[in-house]
Write a new protein. Structure first.
Length: 82
């Protein structure tokens, strides 16, 4: 992990993440899925370039934020789909 990190809150848990990466890459760094499919299986990214919109998360209270197109920043609060 980079020496430059930011602190994010993901589902209420404080985590240190490398600075300068997308939210999607950050979740992959710490081995967290985007959420779960209706059957309960972990969900990953599909296109990772903003087209499919399968990586939408709630960020700082705003729904529908694309994890693949959003850079992490200190203090960001993320809620994954469950």
């Amino acid at each position: 992990m980079s020496e430059h990190t930011v602190q994010l809150w993901i589902d209420g848990q404080a985590l240190r993440i490398s600075a300068g990466v997308s939210l999607l890459a950050a979740l992959e760094q710490i081995d967290l899925a985007l959420g779960n499919s209706p059957g309960g299986a972990p969900r990953g990214a599909f296109c990772a370039m903003g087209v499919c919109q399968e990586c939408r998360l709630r960020v700082d209270g705003r729904p529908g934020v694309l994890a693949c197109m959003t850079l992490v920043r200190d203090g960001m609060r993320v809620e994954r789909r469950r």
